[in-house]
Design a protein around this ligand. Structure first.
Ligand code: AMP
Ligand code: ZN
Length: 125
């Protein structure tokens, strides 16, 4: 394959039509961000399942954490750093870091994301 066409394929793979989190990355869906790094974005989960419930996503589209780990381990590392930094900021120190992987495991959005969940918010609420 020619270089230009390889680059195009790679670009196309970075976002996926119809993916709700890609639309958040491209600002097609208006979302308040709580953190942004070169390769990640974080925002509050729209249906919180805990007192603190935020999501950290890679800007690139990867269907789940397994694919992200295989194809872009340095970006997975950045997702983890963003998640733990935000856990430090918003929780009292106890939290769950969760990657639902596969429909049977509860994954509903097939763009890799980390859930940060905690019942002990930093402000004590
Ligand atoms: P999962 O079930 O692990 O795939 O998690 C997907 C999460 O994304 C769920 O907890 C949803 O509540 C959350 N979610 C879906 N759409 C949005 C959105 N537009 N903004 C924030 N969170 C969302
Ligand atoms: Zn996506």
């Amino acid at each position: 394959m020619e270089l230009a066409s390889l680059a195009k394929t790679r670009l196309m793979n970075m976002t996926e039509t119809g993916c709700i989190f890609c639309k958040i990355v491209s600002r097609e869906i208006n979302t308040e961000f709580i953190a942004e790094t070169n390769n990640t974005l974080a925002f509050w989960d729209i249906t919180p399942l805990a007192k603190v419930h935020l999501l950290v996503i890679p800007k690139q589209h990867h269907r789940d954490v397994a694919e992200l780990s295989e194809n872009a381990p340095q970006i997975l590392s950045e997702v983890l750093t963003t998640a733990t930094d935000l856990a430090k900021k918003y929780t009292a120190g106890s939290f769950k870091l969760q990657f639902n992987t596969g429909a049977e495991a509860g994954q509903t959005v097939f763009h890799a994301h980390a859930h940060v969940l905690s019942e002990t918010a930093k402000d004590g609420s």
